[in-house]
Design a protein around this ligand. Structure first.
Ligand code: NAD
Length: 479
């Protein structure tokens, strides 16, 4: 398999190619054109020319039809794409199928919204009208991560296109093949105006940095770590462009004394090991009422120890490898340091041997600790590490959960419905699940408080990240 850039309506190469590897076994899946600054500049110029044409930016019916046609073409390739996603990212095939299906559903959601981006009109005085017009922001730069490259591409691209922006997409190099394959049916549409959607891949960062720094990009959407998000905010500041930043998290799961621990433990083990712990909202800290700590230790250890590792294409696999060997080593090192300094190691994970030794695998680790200020309770460690803490009462549970610089998501586990709502209200997070975890929907806005980011993706509000509000005043006089 070989994929190229798509700039100004043409597939193109740039002298250099890079390989994409299967993280489960180091096999070569294919190669992608490896670009940089030159491709980013050409793509932004093409997008700026396309935006100037009102036949795109002022034509919601065309934009809806294009989104509908893309979704229809993807449906024919769903299984093939899920397969490629598993091979390139490593996640279990059932998760890839769910992700590709969810992404198609989300394109349909924004296809509908493309024709419903209303402003409003106010009569401010006799004969004087203020029209508030919601307009597309302009050229959108989209930097997409590797952990969920279908859904996280669509949740930025579909609202950007629905709103009437033109786009430049920069996928993560780890999933460049999948992103090109997923976008191909859109890019091939004869009705897609030249330059309205552009794609380039790079193993370096020069192209991405250009998208951030150039005043020709009006809105920049980035999903990735808080460290890179902070750098992007600084580098974008001179241009004052709009920023949509979906960053890191450290999700707490608050488990009260009235729950069935064995059932909750299984759900939390799955929530912690989803995409091998490489999901921004994955369960990271389990806070359990002190009276149930011993039960939770036993149940969580058993649930995590029972998770089956393997190649994502094997039917028995519940958890695949990490995205690459570099990540495995960095995350593995941080987990080893956590095990050295925590109060108690309940399950020591690590690199499996045998048939899995060539892959970037790490089995799950569970530790228990009292001090929520410990580095492993505060830092986002992007892999299969779960930390268990105890609390005495509701106030302590909330204080512990809010003791973090992140604010992406959390879950509350109790059958006391008033307590569930009270605690959900007190948590400083963009999403709180009650008796569940990791439930994300096209319709429901997702985003972070504090260092977990700016703006919201998914839902109607994602459109706001890609629009400007214009006030048009007119005095028409009175009769
Ligand atoms: P990362 O921060 O390493 O981002 C990598 C991307 O940033 C690459 O595409 C790279 O080209 C680009 N980049 C690097 N330097 C840049 C610069 N100076 N200017 C512009 N772009 C630059 O993140 P990652 O490891 O790819 O992804 C994992 C992180 O993503 C985790 O922190 C996770 O929590 C977060 N994440 C958040 C959400 C969310 O919805 N909040 C969803 C998924 C992942």
């Amino acid at each position: 398999m070989q994929v190229r850039h798509f700039i100004d309506g043409e597939w193109c190469e740039s002298g250099q190619w890079s390989e994409s590897l299967d993280p489960a076994n180091a096999g070569i899946i294919g190669r992608f054109a490896d670009g940089g600054l030159h491709e980013a500049q050409a793509a932004v110029d093409a997008a700026a020319r396309a935006f100037a044409d009102p036949q795109w930016s002022q034509n919601p019916r065309l934009r809806q039809q294009i989104l509908l046609d893309w979704a229809a073409a993807l449906k024919d390739r769903q299984e093939e794409l899920a397969n490629l996603l598993t091979r390139e990212n490593g996640k279990a095939l059932a998760q890839s199928r769910g992700e590709v299906g969810g992404a198609i559903s989300e394109i349909l959601y924004y296809a509908g919204l493309a024709r419903h981006i209303p402003g409003h009109v106010l009569e401010v005085a006799p004969g004087e009208f203020s029209t508030m017009l919601r307009e597309p922001a302009g050229v959108a730069g989209l930097i997409i991560p590797w952990n969920a490259p279908a859904v996280l591409l669509v949740r930025a691209l579909a609202p950007a296109l629905a709103a009437g922006c033109t786009c430049v997409i920069k996928p993560a190099p780890q999933t460049a093949l999948f992103n090109a394959a997923f976008l191909e049916p859109l890019l091939q549409l004869p009705t897609l105006p030249r330059g309205s959607v552009n794609l380039f891949a790079e193993t370096g960062h020069a192209g991405a940095a250009y998208l951030v720094a150039t005043p020709k990009v009006d809105v920049l959407s980035f999903t990735g770590s808080t460290a890179t998000g902070t750098r992007i905010m600084q580098d974008a500041a001179p241009t004052m462009k709009k920023l949509s930043l979906e960053l890191g998290g450290k999700s707490c799961c608050l488990v009260f004394e009235d729950t069935v621990i064995s059932t909750v433990a299984h759900k939390l083990a799955a929530a912690a090991t989803i995409i091998s712990g490489q999901q921004c909202t994955a369960a990271r800290r389990v806070l359990v009422h002190a009276s149930r700590l011993a039960d939770m230790k036993k149940a969580l250890t058993a649930a995590l120890a029972g998770i089956r590792l393997g190649h994502g294409l094997e039917a028995t696999t519940q958890m695949g490898p990490l995205i690459d060997w570099r990540s495995r080593d960095l995350v593995g090192q941080r987990i080893a340091e956590s095990m050295e300094s925590c109060d108690e190691v309940l399950l020591a994970g690590g690199q499996p041997g045998g048939a899995l030794s060539a892959g970037a695998f790490l089995s799950p680790t569970l530790i228990a600790h009292r001090d929520s200020g410990a580095f492993f309770c505060q830092e986002e460690i992007f892999g299969p590490l779960l930390i268990l803490e105890a609390f005495e009462d509701e106030a302590e549970a909330i204080a512990r959960a809010n003791h973090t610089e992140f604010g992406l998501s959390a879950s509350v586990w109790t059958h006391d419905t008033a307590r569930a709502m009270r605690v959900a209200r007190a948590l400083r997070n963009g999403t709180v699940w009650i008796n569940d975890h990791n439930k994300l929907f096209a319709e429901a806005e997702t985003g972070g408080y504090r260092k977990s980011g700016l703006g919201r993706l998914h839902g109607y509000d994602a459109l706001l990240d890609f629009t400007e509000l214009k006030h048009v005043y007119q005095n028409v006089g009175t009769l």
